[in-house]
Design a protein around this ligand. Sequence first.
Ligand code: GDP
Ligand code: IMO
Ligand code: MG
Length: 430
Amino acid sequence: MPLHVIIGAQWGDEGKGRILDAIAGEAAIVARFSGGDNAGHTVTADGKIFRLHLIPSGIVHPGPLCILGSGMVINPQRLLAEMDQLRAQGVDCSPERIKISHAAHILTPLHIALDQAEEGAREKKIGTTGRGIGPAFSEKTARCGLRAETLTQPEECADKIKAHILRGNRTLEKLYSQPPLDADAIAATFFQFAQTFGPHIADTSALVADALRSGKTVLAEGAQGTLLDLDQGTYPFVTSSPTGIAGAFSGLGVGARELGRVIGVVKAFQTRVGEGPFPTEQTGEIGNRLRGTGSMPWDEFGTTTGRPRRCGWLDLMLLRYSARQNGMTEFVLTKLDILSGLNPVRICAAYERGGKTYPELPLGMSGLETFRPVYTDLPGWDEDIRNARTKEDLPAAARRYVERIEKETGVPVSLVSVGSEREEIIHWKK
Ligand code: GDP
Ligand code: IMO
Ligand code: MG
């Protein structure tokens, strides 16, 4: 059995965690391949809510080995807190269940301080999560980062951390007029982290290769979404890592020959946290309706930062782009239930600029803010659809909404999620 890759097709928060959980039961390995704790993936199982930031969503199932791949940046403080939370929810987080790639990078308090200082100094804000992601990937690319393998040597790790903080303090103080960090105290904490996480460090690329060789299924869990990809997203309003298919290969150390399904997770409408262009954004009543008030766990408020998400109509121009960028073999649609009661339901299938209509984006995501969406109104439906378990259980208008997405993008839909609980899902092709 091959490697299946699960990727966000929009600006993140599409429901990747929920979908991973729906298909992870049969997998031998679930592996995160990019980003860090800027991600917030939610799994709801038997009424319990699990919020994952670094650990793959497969952890909620008892079976799969969970891997934090080489493409990740890992804040050990956050990882420890996440493990404590999961343990309190009855989840095994032992080194037998969770492996960390020796080649992943470590994220420190210095990266967080720099992220916040850089964002504060920016004239045009990105709206980062403030988790230190940009600075950690910058160091990695500049070849002066700290790799997770150092956690196997606590004393050496503490020395390296101290030197790293002292070096960074110069930037904090001189460039941003910020107070320096306490290098000795941070080094001492990392000495402890090394003792905790040392046993989790492994050559995870070899573990993935072994599993694939013996015919097992490996699921690669993407973080963020295609439109936040460092190269292909709405630069500079992106994250600092490859969020798409290419990231799965480099971030796990696996070859393209192993590839099976490329699953694009699509929310039934569009959301975005942070700054950047968003052609179909609805700032009024519709936006508020799509967001919800925050009273429901699935309402559109950030899993990581709690920020209200910007909301708008589904943008098929962007979905076509995502499908092409990743070679998506299928879409999985989430949160269709949220559209119940909206009439009409709008989709954007083309853009207009200067009197000209564009069915394709001329320069990728560049200049996205200069386009105006051209909407098609589709009939809505009033019924609560959370109890639907087959296509036939859905009102005709909801069925037609899904079929329209398939038709306009040329990508088949395999699953439709109508609620956050495990069983609230429809196998579309059955
Ligand atoms: P991720 O980052 O892509 O994993 O997505 P998040 O977990 O940040 O946000 C998705 C939210 O929607 C979570 O609260 C999920 O529990 C919830 N969710 C996922 N699928 C559905 C669905 O079909 N219906 C509803 N109502 N909520 C869903
Ligand atoms: P999941 O995996 C939604 C956004 C931030 C900001 C931009 C850069 O839960 O889908 P960063 O801290 O990465 O430098 O911020 O990227 N962002 C996300 N938005 N979901 C995410 O993750 C995100 N991770 C980062 O809001 O606009
Ligand atoms: Mg999220």
